[in-house]
Ligand binder design. Structure first.
Ligand code: GDP
Ligand code: MG
Ligand code: ZN
Length: 314
């Protein structure tokens, strides 16, 4: 029987079968996936085959090839990694211009990682009710920037009362029938947003659970929350971005869409856009076709590559 893994508690997997039943399943024997040394061979989002027994439990006998997956390294030293989720259709990065401030560097790093995994990202600007005129003005400029690069942006108030146009109304059509990874810094309103989409789930907001889950030895627990109107949200604690440790220096350019576009005109094909003569990217920067914030984010990731710091990024 075919099913979708919607929850992983470490030893058990909840598999939603094609006829809509949830079957608690274990992994059969010593399951190994080609090419991946992972602490968990099966992840939420995986399509699997299960074999059920009389007790109503089941064994996972086969995993279908993944379209994509995101991993976190178990530790800096070990080559083992933990698969957080597989087969993601899109990511929603929740950001706040203030309370707390989300830096453009953080946004750009996330976007670059998502480009590497070919996962489309929507930027969800939350807490618009808290912004003063200047902040709203600044936010509009930021939105203009990301829209001009090709990223969808929406503004919401996750804690809006029912009588107002709620953020849920804005987001529901964008989430429909897709598997969406929800990400963002702690405190930006992810749990509040999920509560507005799934009132019956009632996640604790502003609690300490996020703090517990940011370390390297995080829980293996992850879950997909099913939306009433179709689709799933993955709210895995500790996902701060996509792994970037296997991005090569030469590849980095291609993960900044607008920089990539101009880089085709650089004199040298291996131009890093830092010091080389005939660099079309730095020319575009001077002419304001490329935003300084984006170029600085690119440089900061390039520096990480130099220091191999990126290995610890996830
Ligand atoms: N004013 C305002 N507060 C919000 C909004 N969204 C979330 N909050 C508050 O921000 C705090 C952090 O929210 P939470 O959902 O726990 O953030 P998370 O860490 O991303 O899950 C909580 O006190 C929420 O009530 C919003 O749109 N406006
Ligand atoms: Mg939360
Ligand atoms: Zn260049």
């Amino acid at each position: 029987m075919r099913g979708l893994v919607i929850k992983n508690t470490g030893s058990w997997y909840s598999v939603k079968t094609e006829d809509g039943k949830i079957v608690e399943s274990k992994i059969k024997g010593n399951f190994r996936l080609k090419g991946i040394r992972s602490t968990n061979p099966v992840a939420v989002g995986d399509h699997v085959q299960i074999i059920t027994n009389q007790e109503g439990t089941a064994f996972i006998s086969e995993i279908e090839d993944r379209r994509n997956y995101i991993i976190r390294k178990s530790s800096n030293l070990s080559k083992q990694s933990h698969i957080l989720a597989a087969n993601i259709d899109q990511a929603f990065l929740v950001v706040t211009t203030n309370y707390p401030e989300t830096s453009t560097t953080f946004i750009d790093r996330f976007l670059a990682g998502a480009e590497a995994y070919q996962v489309p990202v929507t930027l969800v600007f939350n807490k618009i009710d808290l912004l003063n005129e200047d902040e709203l003005h600044y936010q509009k400029a930021v939105i203009n920037l990301y829209e001009s690069i090709g990223y969808q942006c929406v503004e919401v108030q996750a804690n809006a009362k029912k009588d107002k146009t709620s953020s849920a109304d804005t987001l529901k059509p964008l989430l429909k029938d897709k598997i969406t990874l929800l990400s963002g810094n702690s405190g930006v309103g992810k749990s509040t947003l999920i509560n507005s989409l799934l009132p019956h789930v009632n996640l604790r907001t502003a609690d300490i659970s996020d703090a517990h889950n940011t370390g390297m030895h995080t829980t293996t627990f992850s879950e997909m929350l099913e939306l009433p109107s179709g689709g799933y949200i993955i709210d895995t604690p500790g996902i701060k971005g996509f792994g970037t440790f296997d991005i090569e220096k030469e590849e980095l350019t291609s993960y900044f869409r607008e920089i990539f576009k101009f880089s085709k005109e650089c004199r040298f094909s291996n131009c890093t856009h830092t010091h080389e003569p005939g660099c079309a990217v730095r020319k575009a920067l001077e002419d304001h076709y490329i935003a300084e914030s984006r170029y600085n984010s690119y440089l900061s990731m390039l520096e990480d590559k130099d220091e191999e710091k990126y290995r610890a990024a996830f």
